[in-house]
Each structure stands twice: as structure tokens, then as C-alpha cells.
Design a protein around this ligand. Structure first.
Ligand code: NDP
Ligand code: MG
Length: 380
């Protein structure tokens, strides 16, 4: 059988490079046929030399580069490329939404790392999959865990999803110390090595809010049946409780290569020796703790936005993206991130959120709101 063609969107990032490492161990099964990056032309060129893909896109391309496509449209072109059966969307942020929609509408399997797609446009994503016959398979480790646990349920509804969270670098910090958090502190994630945006999201727990909304859309589970528990070792990737009271969990060392491989091979499992094996004795005790909502208000804000629906999740996501960028740039303090999100949710609360245009308008309004706050803070 010929290898399946894979379009890797965001191939130069943390998930993109991990995906190419996984594919390198399974060349007989998968072949990168399209690669895209935002601006990292040097790494993209290395990847192109190794993989010779049919399509290469660099969004922020300097004029005059031959053979490579440029501009934001290249994500959709890669996502609908005729040689791609699987689209691994590892773009960061709402910028990944259009390509998720395009790939599903074109009937592709979307291996989705770009959770922001589902958060912003959950209903549109489901509609695109229905219309085009595309299939959505999560790459996010918690959702991969849930998908793997659900394989035993015979399709019956679940009673509860329990999503684990590492708790981030400030899990044990007193709340009053969080005002003084530096960018370097926040980028020190205890268990995962990831891109900068999701690393900050993990420190504020905004990432867990995105994941609760993601789980709601992927598995059709109501918000009041989705819980979050802190698990500092990041070995249990999530739990599913069934109607009879039985609880299943999926375990593994914290490496994204496991859920990436599963998203590519689902429902099959492939032999793979690339990831350190889980050793229960060497790892030692597994701990579970309640979330400290007072210290990490972004989680409750995001879940409330998910429950509210309409444009609220898009506003939450865009405000978070903008606030995280400002924090990384020195324009906002760490505890101002959830404050800025809360302000944007209040300001943009009555915007419609049905069509893609509605959602893009809400996204832009939320970003403006946060930018005004940042400008005011810089002037103060
Ligand atoms: P990175 O920042 O490491 O990589 C992002 C990739 O997307 C890069 O290839 C980057 O290109 C490209 N990119 C950035 N902005 C744009 C844009 N506006 N348009 C097109 N391409 C763009 O992110 P991660 O790999 O960490 O995360 C990717 C996604 O996966 C996120 O949605 C994240 O939440 C999710 N995820 C990540 C996990 C992880 O372990 N890293 C775990 C679970 C989910 P360039 O390099 O040129 O800037
Ligand atoms: Mg995750």
C-alpha cells in the first residue's frame, strides 16, 4: 500500500517537528506531501530538502521566492492539496481555523493539534465535517486519551470526562506571588516542552479552558459532565467515567509523539519504539489535586465562555492570544492576562456568533479591546 499523504501545517513548530520525527519512523505508512510555516524559512528549507513535498507554503514569505507559495491562503491550499489524505494542523491560534474548515469540507482526515479551531468555530467545524465527509481526530494528549478510552464504550454516552492538567510552573506558588511572575518563570513548564503560546496558556490554565471546550465539541459531552483535576506528573492523560461507574484512563510518558502517532494511525495502533516507555516504579506516586481557581481565574472564565456559546469562546480565545502576546512582549503582567480576558468578555458580550464572519468580527473586537488595555498600561 502506498504511504498516506500528510499535509503538515505549522511544520516548523513544536508539534510540527515532532510530527516529522514520528513520520520518519513510519516512512512506509506516511509521506509529507505539503509543509507550511509562518516565517521560519531556514528550518522549512531543511525540511523541504529532506522530504521533497509537492507543496510548500511560507505565510510571511519575502517577495520573489520561487516554488514556495506565500500569504495566509497557503494554509488552505495545503489543507486541500489533492495528494493529502491527512491534514495535521499544528498552526498556533485562531489563524488555523480556515484550514481546519477547508480540510474537513474537502473530506480529509484532520489530525487536530490546533485546538483554537474548535474553540472558536466548534459548530462550523462540525458542519464542515458533515458536509464534506471529513474526520476530526485529536492530537491534544488529553483528547487522544479520551478517544482511546471511549473505544471500549460501544458508543454509549459517558457519565463524566475528567481532564488532567499539570498545574503549570506556578501550581504551588502563593496567589500573591503571581503578580511578580516573569516571562522566564512562565516559560519553564514542569513536564512538557512546547511552543511559547501554549506554554503560557498552561501557566495560566487558559489552556485547560480551551481543552474543556475542545472536549465538549469533539465528544458531544455537556459542560457539567466535564471536570478538570490537577495531576503534576502528566502521566495520566485523562479519565472517562462510564454509566456503570467504571473509570478508564490512558497513561504514558509526557511526549506528544504518542498522541501524534495515534492521530495518524487511528483506529489502528502501530509499532513504535520512539518514546520512552512508562515505568510505574521508576515514576513513583501519581498525585491528583483540586484546581486553585482563585489563583488561576482564566480556567473558569473560559469554561463560562464555552457554556455561553455564540461568540463568547471566540472572544475568550482572541483576548487570550492577544494578552499572551503582550505578556511575552513585556506589555502586560502575568495576572493581567485573565483580567484582560474578563474585560474583553464583558465588552464584547453581545456580538453574534453564528457565521464565520461573525466569529472573525468578534475575534477582532476582542483583540482591539486587549490592545487598548495594553496601550493604556504602557502609557501609565
Ligand atoms: P509553535 O509555536 O511551536 O509552532 C507553531 C507553528 O505554526 C509554526 O510552524 C509557526 O511557523 C506556525 N505559525 C505560527 N503562526 C502562524 C500563522 N499566523 N499562520 C500560519 N502559521 C503560523 O506551536 P506548538 O507546536 O506548540 O502548538 C501548535 C498547536 O498545537 C497550538 O494550537 C497548540 O495549542 C497545540 N498543542 C501543542 C502542544 C505541544 O506540545 N506543543 C500540545 C497540545 C496541543 P514559524 O515557525 O515560521 O513561526
Ligand atoms: Mg493538552
Amino acid at each position: 500500500m502506498a504511504p498516506l499523504g500528510v499535509a503538515v501545517l505549522g511544520s516548523t513548530g513544536s508539534i510540527g517537528t515532532a510530527t516529522l520525527r514520528v513520520i520518519a519512523r513510519h516512512r512506509e505508512r506516511f509521506q509529507p506531501v505539503a509543509l507550511t510555516a509562518f516565517s521560519n524559512a531556514a528550518l522549512l528549507a531543511d525540511q523541504v530538502r529532506e522530504w521533497r513535498p509537492a507543496y510548500v507554503g511560507l505565510v510571511d514569505a519575502p517577495a520573489g521566492r520561487e516554488a514556495w507559495r506565500g500569504g495566509a491562503d497557503c494554509l488552505e491550499e495545503a489543507a486541500t492539496h489533492p495528494e493529502a489524505q491527512i491534514v495535521l494542523n499544528a498552526v498556533v491560534g485562531a489563524a488555523g481555523l480556515r484550514s481546519t474548515l477547508a480540510a474537513l469540507a474537502a473530506g480529509k482526515r484532520v489530525a487536530l493539534a490546533n485546538k483554537e479551531s474548535l474553540v472558536v468555530g466548534g459548530a462550523l467545524v462540525a458542519e464542515a465535517a458533515r458536509r464534506g465527509g471529513g474526520e476530526l481526530v485529536p492530537v491534544d494528549s488529553e483528547h487522544s486519551a479520551i478517544l482511546q478510552c471511549l473505544a471500549s464504550s460501544g458508543g454509549r454516552p459517558v457519565k463524566r470526562l475528567v481532564i488532567t492538567a499539570s498545574g503549570g510552573p506556578f501550581r504551588t506558588w502563593p496567589t500573591e506571588r503571581l503578580d511578580a511572575v516573569t516571562v522566564a518563570d512562565a516559560l519553564q513548564h514542569p513536564t512538557w516542552r512546547m511552543g511559547r503560546k501554549i506554554t503560557i496558556d498552561s501557566a495560566t490554565l487558559a489552556n485547560k479552558a480551551l481543552e474543556v471546550i475542545e472536549a465538549h465539541h469533539l465528544f458531544g459531552v455537556p459542560f457539567d459532565q466535564i471536570e478538570v483535576v490537577v495531576h503534576p506528573q502528566s502521566i495520566v492523560h485523562s479519565f472517562v467515567e462510564f454509566a456503570d461507574g467504571s473509570v478508564l484512563a490512558q497513561l504514558g510518558v509526557p511526549s506528544m509523539e504518542l498522541p501524534i502517532l495515534y492521530a495518524l494511525s487511528h483506529p489502528e495502533r502501530l509499532d513504535d519504539g520512539g518514546v520512552t516507555r512508562y515505568d510505574p516504579v521508576a515514576t513513583g506516586p501519581l498525585q491528583f489535586e483540586a484546581v486553585r481557581h482563585d489563583a488561576f481565574p482564566a480556567l473558569a472564565l473560559g469554561i463560562a465562555a464555552g457554556r455561553a456559546g455564540g461568540s463568547a469562546p471566540a472572544v475568550f480565545n482572541a483576548a487570550n492570544e492577544e494578552a499572551v502576546a503582550a505578556f511575552l512582549d513585556g506589555g502586560l503582567g502575568f495576572t493581567a492576562i485573565p483580567e484582560a480576558i474578563g474585560e474583553a468578555l464583558d465588552t464584547c458580550s453581545d456580538l453574534p456568533g453564528i457565521s464565520l464572519d461573525d466569529l472573525l468580527i468578534a475575534d477582532a473586537a476582542a483583540r482591539r479591546c486587549v490592545r487598548e488595555r495594553v496601550t493604556a498600561a504602557r502609557g501609565a
